[in-house]
Design a protein around this ligand. Structure first.
Ligand code: ZN
Length: 198
């Protein structure tokens, strides 16, 4: 990209480091940004900086939020005795989009993966157990159906079983290796309704 000057190259290279943005998209975005009015560019960069500075994990469920408690944990109308365990905030959003789940969540911030050296201590499992010491009627394990997701689900069910709390796993209507995020809402709902006790 020697035909572009340094500043342009720098912008393109930063943009192409984002997931799903190839070289061509990065160039298109870069020129789009360069053609925007200055105040729009300011707004965009402020939104990025401020989100990065203020967004943190919810004290209760560990989803990303800009407050101490996320809106779901704060909501007294939700059923706080039903906890759905998901791998990340994007999976939580996928279930929220169905509009049919009224419980709360627990975000693990990852999944157990011996191959990547991610063990039980590297995800928010300890925090889940602490939460379960309060009232909980059911834990719905909604980790992905990948090898990591299944390993994590098994591990969690073994941990929780002795406590006597009901543990369920979403149905495997979700394709193997499928990322929850990309699955349509109907499939997600079917998986939730068809959950079985572990
Ligand atoms: Zn929360």
């Amino acid at each position: 990209m020697e035909y572009y000057s340094n500043q342009i190259n720098r912008l393109i290279s930063e943009l192409s480091s984002l997931p799903g943005i190839g070289a061509k998209s990065a160039q298109r975005l870069a020129f789009h940004i360069l053609n925007l009015p200055k105040e729009n560019v300011e707004k965009l960069s402020m939104a990025i900086t401020e989100a990065r500075n203020h967004v943190r994990c919810c004290r209760e469920c560990f989803t990303l939020t800009d407050d101490e408690l996320c809106p779901i944990c704060k909501n007294a109308e939700r059923d706080h005795g039903t906890i759905m365990v998901v791998e990340n905030s994007r999976d939580l959003a996928a279930y929220e989009k169905t509009g049919q789940y009224n419980g709360v969540y627990h975000v693990l911030c990852g999944a157990i993966s011996p191959m990547l050296g991610i063990g039980p201590a590297d995800i928010r499992l300890k925090e889940l157990l602490t939460r379960l010491q309060k009232d909980a009627d059911e834990v719905i394990i909604a980790t992905n159906s990948s090898l990591e997701g299944e390993t994590t689900a098994m591990y969690i069910s073994k941990l929780i079983k002795p406590t006597g709390i009901k543990v369920t796993r979403i149905a495997s209507g979700v394709p193997v290796g499928g990322d929850l995020e990309y699955i349509d809402e109907v499939t997600l709902l079917r998986a939730l309704e068809g959950r079985r006790e572990l």
